[in-house]
Design a protein around this ligand. Structure first.
Ligand SMILES: *Cc1c(COP(=O)(O)O)cnc(C)c1O
Length: 471
């Protein structure tokens, strides 16, 4: 990892220290809590960190979605927002920027990424269809399945090995894709998606070679390719750093090439749009675009605002330009890598190598004395909050565990991970150093951690509201 930091460094500056490429103009206070206060808070929320008030969290690493800090330019854009119902200037600016960066013909704004997904699959899929993806993000999978289609993940094998340091662990397996098409028939596959970076598989990047290879196969069968582009800029910068032939290309050029292989994309501006809300859907197909706009009008809004205010469109247009600044991307990937590198040094088993937006700790390996039925990830999440007021999220049996319909027994998830997601432009290095110090204390005390049991849960998406008790 050290080597990669060095590589990152070479790309930007000759200094060892990679500084935040921004200075602070507006501040939002953090409210400190004591260990005693946090103990009481945990008890009050039945040990479910989703139920903790944000003000009671010191460092919030729950998600990188919609948590970005906007720039002074974006806030100026908010003031400039044109709130005309139809044909606003803010839409025109938004449309022009998305067109310039992504290159697609039709650009349809939506209130966030999942709305773009719902519209896309409603128009393109029918019952019994199949949608392949490197790894479906959970809302993507839910929207495919809601349409009655089947969501199939075709991740490469290296991507499933938490310790493999393969540089593009987010890739789709072209062999598996070909086998799927040959088995099911191209008629059943209305589109194929690639998620960049591969969020559900650790924020790992996808290589240009892989996108090209997938596109080549799809072309043979006349299947369109769509990108789930939420972290398109982070992915492009990984390509610049790791893929032969791209060192000298600008991130903008790399993004253009990525998009050039695709027939359209879905996007959540809450990620690499550097805004707090928003999304869009793009396509080059005139007929699909018409159908998508028809659906947009009855559910999201008129095609020139699609569920967003003019000021949101303005902020997205500016954010999409800012996210391509290579100083920003260097800092962004280095910050995540810095956290990962230090946790690795302490001894934490983390998913290797660090992805773009988050570090994942393997709680099953870290806490072998806590069985899956007692949620080792939950034990770690609670301890991180207790020790440092840090909020992380369990991605394991609480989120993905299933109940066996015959026996009523719970089937644990394959992996018990804890994700530390890093909001964009929000925390400085000293915040991350604080997280590392708190993690070190958690690590030293790991043998004393105890498991949890669920005492109350909802039927769906139980992780948001479940109540727990220590075992
Ligand atoms: C966040 C996300 C989505 C959904 O976007 P929302 O804006 O949260 O609706 C889809 N795909 C990926 C890869 C994401 O990370």
């Amino acid at each position: 990892m050290e080597k990669e930091i060095h590589q990152l460094n070479k790309a930007g500056t000759t200094f060892r220290t990679i500084i935040e490429p921004f200075k602070i103009k507006t501040v939002e206070p953090l409210w400190m809590t004591t260990a005693e206060e946090r103990q009481k808070i945990l008890k009050d929320v039945h040990y479910n960190v989703f139920l903790i008030q944000a003000q009671d969290v010191i460092i919030d690493l729950l998600t990188d979605s919609g948590t970005s800090a906007m720039s002074s330019e974006q806030w100026a854009g908010v003031m400039r927002g044109d709130e005309a119902y139809a044909g606003s200037r803010s839409y025109q600016r938004f449309e022009a920027v998305v067109h310039e960066i992504f290159g697609f013909k039709h650009i349809i704004p939506t209130h966030q990424g999942r709305a773009a997904e719902r519209i896309l699959f409603s128009v393109m899929c029918k019952e019994g269809d199949i949608v392949p993806n490197n790894t479906h993000f959970d809302t993507t999978r839910a929207n495919v399945e809601f349409r009655g289609a089947r969501a199939v993940d075709l991740l490469i094998d290296e991507g499933k090995d938490t310790q493999s340091k393969y540089p593009f662990k987010g890739n789709m397996d072209p062999e598996k894709l070909k086998a799927l098409i040959d088995k099911e028939g191209a008629k059943k596959i209305p589109l194929c998606m690639i998620t960049v970076t591969n969020n559900s598989s650790g924020g790992q990047p996808v290589s240009m070679t892989n996108i090209r290879a997938v596109k080549k196969i799809l072309d043979e069968y006349g299947i369109p390719l769509y990108l789930d582009a939420c972290r398109f800029a982070e992915n492009a910068y990984f390509i610049k750093l790791r893929e032969d032939g791209y060192e000298k290309k600008s991130v903008e050029e790399i993004v253009k090439e990525m998009m050039n292989y695709a027939d359209g994309c879905t996007m959540s501006a809450k990620k690499d749009g550097l805004t707090n809300i928003g999304g869009f859907l793009c396509t080059n197909d005139d007929i699909l675009a018409q159908q998508e706009r028809d659906l947009l009008i009855i559910s999201e809004g008129f095609p020139t605002y699609g569920g967003l205010a003019g000021r949101d469109l303005e902020a997205i247009a500016i954010g999409l330009k800012e996210v391509l600044h290579e100083d920003y991307l260097l800092y962004r990937l280095a910050e995540t890598q810095y956290l990962g590198e230090h946790l690795d040094e302490i001894g934490f088993p983390i998913v290797q190598p660090p992805g773009g937006h988050a570090i994942y700790i393997d709680a099953k390996t870290m806490l072998p004395h806590i069985p899956g039925s007692q949620y080792p990830g939950q034990a770690l999440v609670v301890e991180l909050y207790q020790v440092g007021g840090i909020r992380a999220v369990e991605i394991g049996s609480i989120m993905f565990g299933k109940v066996d319909e015959d026996t009523g027994e719970e089937i644990p998830a394959e992996m018990e991970l804890v994700r530390l997601a890093i909001p964009r432009r929000v925390y400085t290095q000293s915040h991350i150093d604080y997280v590392i110090e708190a993690c070190k204390r958690v690590w030293e005390n790991r043998d004393a951690l105890r498991g949890y049991k669920i005492v109350e849960q909802a039927k769906f998406l139980r992780h948001f509201t479940a109540k727990f008790e220590p075992v």
